[in-house]
Design a protein around this ligand. Structure first.
Ligand SMILES: *Cc1c(COP(=O)(O)O)cnc(C)c1O
Length: 395
């Protein structure tokens, strides 16, 4: 294997832009300099590009174009959905239900609302990362206005029973928002069939550009604006639209949702190959997450006695990019709250690496990566064994 090979196994953190997206964006950067709100030619051209991209996003999730609002990404969409819906429906009640394993942009939005007097129930999950449905049923009360549960988790890949949640929400006249940032392109989502009121998407997780996303808001839903100012996005989200990025987003979501089944088949085979190879090569490892209710591109593995951050750094030197927990939590040195919520102890959580594949990941990549992981884990385990031994001697 040649040196300086780069093996990117962190596609749940972000993805590389596809060539198709890149080419459309370069073209758009050259041409779409007009402000979409201007009524002369260049403005109309940008506006027309926005319209086409909006149609693509809408089609990808079974929504109407008028129900799609462009944002700066998944975090903004989640903030807007949760704060905007809660504040606009305050007259109906002040109770929100979410789960303990949501993305920080959901959890922190809920915490912010608690300071405004809202009450939030953070549902627990089982050992596989699935929310406890019976707890959800119990949590709904007369003051409940919003349920926000992610479609798929970014650290372990567990998929939630969103159809059942949507039905329960509807039966109780509660709004249902879902963070589908990780799920789009991996799960076929039709917001009308499932009964979703609001849904967050981000372009950079599906081979699109960073800093652009969308919020789907079902027609007729009461929601406050988050960004005040001009009348962009049908007077719901101020700020000049990033037309080239939105064009790239349109292309990315069109491509991501065109071949879900075929891509999943490939990812499933790659993931299986990875799991088989790594369990043959390394002993005392644990696979986290659900076996079947899951995304096929994520594998979360705990390596007993090997600090995740240390493994990550050794792999980095070999050009293999992975992450501990989620990108948002790494660097903080705190064990993943998702894994802790699934009942893992702090040591297990700290010795966990998330591998996330793409349709460009090959079996050769896996072979090379697993060999380097094996070496790294072996080395770190031997160092920590010495440390543990020394500590005992000192005691
Ligand atoms: C990445 C991610 C987000 C945040 O999206 P950004 O576009 O990076 O702000 C939100 N939710 C989940 C599940 C994610 O994986």
């Amino acid at each position: 294997m040649e040196k300086n090979k780069i093996i990117y196994l962190d596609n749940a953190a972000t993805t590389a832009m596809s060539n198709e997206v890149y080419r459309e964006m370069i073209d758009a950067y050259g041409k779409l300099y007009g402000n979409p709100s201007s009524i002369y030619g260049a403005g109309r051209e940008a506006d027309s590009a926005l319209r086409k991209a909006r149609e693509k996003v809408a089609k990808a999730i079974g929504a109407l174009p008028s129900e799609i609002f462009f944002t700066s990404g998944g975090s903004e969409s989640n903030n807007w959905a949760i704060k905007g819906i809660a504040r606009a429906n305050r007259d109906k009640g002040n109770h929100i239900i979410t789960s303990v394993i949501e993305h920080p942009s959901v959890l922190e939005s809920c915490r912010a609302l608690e300071k405004e007097g809202f009450k939030v129930t953070y549902l627990p999950v089982d050992e596989f990362g699935v929310i406890k449905y019976s707890e959800l049923v119990k949590a709904i009360g007369p003051n409940t206005i919003l349920i926000s549960i992610m479609t798929a988790n970014n650290e372990v890949g567990t998929v939630q029973p969103i159809k059942a949640i949507a039905e329960l929400a509807k039966a109780n006249d509660v709004i249902f928002h879902t963070d589908a940032v990780q799920a789009i392109g991996h799960i076929d989502i039709n917001v009308k069939d499932i009964g979703i009121t609001a849904l967050s998407i981000s372009a950079h997780k599906i081979n699109g550009p960073k800093g652009v996303g969308a919020l789907y808001i079902k027609k007729g839903t009461k929601i406050q604006k988050l960004i005040d100012g001009g009348e962009q996005e049908r007077n719901m989200r101020a700020g000049t639209e990033n037309a080239p990025a939105i064009v790239g987003f349109g292309r990315a979501i069109e491509d991501a949702t065109a071949n879900i089944e075929e891509n999943n088949k490939y990812l499933k085979s790659i993931r299986r190959y990875f799991l088989k190879t790594i369990s043959d090569a390394i002993h005392n490892i644990q696979l986290n997450g659900h076996n079947t209710q899951r995304l096929q591109n994520i594998a979360s593995i705990s390596f007993e006695g090997a600090e995740g951050e240390a493994v990550l750094m050794m792999l980095d030197r070999e050009g293999i990019y992975v992450s501990t927990g989620s990108a948002c939590a790494s660097g903080s040195n705190k064990p993943s709250y998702v894994l802790l919520a699934m009942g893992k102890d702090a040591d297990t959580a700290s010795s966990t690496i998330r591998f996330s594949f793409s349709k460009n990941t090959t079996k050769e990549d896996i072979d090379y990566a697993v060999e380097e992981i094996r070496k790294a884990v072996k080395k770190i385990r031997s160092i920590s064994a010495i440390r543990i031994y020394k500590n005992k001697v000192e005691l």
